[in-house]
Design a binder for this molecule. Structure first.
Ligand code: NDP
Ligand code: GDR
Length: 367
């Protein structure tokens, strides 16, 4: 395919374009006039739902959104795609991103999330793009792991608590090293949890909003969860991808925390989500015996399943985003209540489609 671009047009390459952040970032960059290339994995079923609305027929002249097959574990593929696309900016969002799954697939997670990052940095170097291509790495608040200090900032020591976090630790430091050794404009965004209606269904927020919607519509009886006491700093993904872009617009590369500065338990997320569909949750029992009941009807709606507990947990995350505020002019806008409202509204709509004759969003009139 021949890609003609105007001299003023920037080119970006996004790995992980089919994921939550990849979809929001592709949308943002296309709005800004970029030519956007995305790497997607081959899958036996469609994995492009989140970017369907951005899709352009590759047969049209000068498409601005172009997908390439690829994988973070395949250097030859990464080198070829980077050589062909000659990007001004690379956003490395691809990862096996589920913390609990990383305990089951530690070697693959290290390969894709850790060495995968090295493969891209090496490609930039081997292709002579160290002065041209700016690089963003999707680093994570999971690096802080076992609490050393709060709120966590760019200077708080890391203590990873999962194979995922250990892989991302390698990625973080190899980015710093390539920046210092070869002068690459490479930055780490240390992003705290960010969610949205297109969040993966097995992360706890989306698991809760989908289940609350399904229970409300009579499609499911109860929800099984793990550790209700974990505390997370949850923001909105759309705002966080803007922060990624801002990092690459700076004269100098650097590392930045993006967070809201507030923390909440999983338990309180459950209460907020169920409240949006008129179900007040009352808790009885302790530890794995704790259960959540619909305080109105007495029905059991939440149970603990120990299989969702992690061998090592990250108990408390609360970020200090003041550097990003000061240097990037970035600040979160959506608070947790607004985030839960939006996720619940979208999941009730989604679930209602599977109920014959049901398309209402009753109970969400106030949401
Ligand atoms: P998702 O899990 O939604 O998306 C991950 C993306 O990576 C998907 O496009 C997935 O493809 C792709 N991918 C996975 N493995 C490979 C591989 N081996 N080769 C190529 N592509 C691969 O994650 P998010 O969008 O939520 O997160 C984006 C990045 O930010 C990740 O690196 C994550 O670790 C990190 N992060 C996320 C935070 C969050 O709260 N969301 C917070 C901090 C960091 P497919 O669709 O085919 O599965
Ligand atoms: P996290 O997100 O591990 O913070 O990683 P997740 O939503 O999976 O877990 C958050 C907390 O909820 C607890 N929890 C459960 N989690 C899941 N998934 N399923 C459950 O049933 C459940 N019950 C309780 C967990 O124990 C945990 O404490 C996310 C990912 O997006 C990473 O890629 C990213 O780097 C970090 O956020 C920042």
């Amino acid at each position: 395919m021949v890609i003609h671009k105007l001299p003023s047009q920037k080119t970006a390459l996004i790995t992980g374009v089919t994921g939550q952040d990849g979809a929001y970032l592709a949308e943002l960059l296309l709005e800004k006039g970029y030519v956007v290339h995305g790497i997607k994995r081959r899958s036996s079923s469609f994995n492009t739902n989140r970017i369907e609305h951005l899709y352009e027929d590759p047969h049209i002249e000068n498409p601005r959104f172009i997908l390439h097959f690829g994988d973070m574990t395949d250097s030859t593929n990464l080198i070829r795609v980077i050589q062909e696309t000659q990007p001004d900016e690379i956003y490395n969002l691809a990862a096996q991103s589920h913390v609990q799954v990383s305990f089951e697939t530690p070697e693959y997670t290290a390969n894709a999330d850790g060495i995968g990052t090295l493969r891209i940095l090496e490609a930039i170097r081997l292709l002579g793009l160290t002065k041209k291509t700016k690089f963003y790495q999707a680093s994570t608040s999971e690096l802080y792991g076992k609490v050393q200090a709060v709120p966590q900032s760019e200077t708080t020591p890391f203590y990873p608590r999962s194979p995922y976090a250990a892989a991302k630790l390698y990625a973080y430091w190899i980015v710093v090293n390539y920046r210092e050794a070869y002068g690459i404009h490479a930055s780490n965004g240390i992003l705290f949890n960010h969610e949205s209606p297109i969040r993966g269904e097995t992360f706890v927020t989306r698991k809760i909003t989908r289940a609350a919607a399904a229970i409300h519509l009579g499609l499911q009886e109860k929800l099984f969860l793990g550790n209700l006491d974990a505390k997370r700093d949850w923001g909105h993904a759309r705002e966080y991808v803007r922060g990624m872009w801002l990092m690459l617009q700076q004269d100098e590369p650097d590392d930045y925390v993006l967070a809201t500065g507030e923390t909440h338990t999983v338990r309180s997320f459950v209460e907020k989500a169920f409240a949006k569909v008129g179900v007040p949750v009352e808790w009885r029992g302790e530890g794995v015996e704790e259960k959540g009941y619909n305080a109105g009807t007495g029905e059991l709606v939440v149970e603990i399943d120990p299989r969702y507990f992690r061998p090592t947990e990250v108990d408390l995350l609360i970020g200090d985003p003041s550097k990003a505020h000061r240097k990037l002019g970035w600040k979160h806008e959506t608070n947790l209540d607004q985030l839960v409202t939006e996720m619940m509204r979208e999941d009730v709509k989604l679930m209602a489609r599977s109920v014959p004759g049901q398309s209402n969003t009753k109970g969400l009139a106030h949401a």
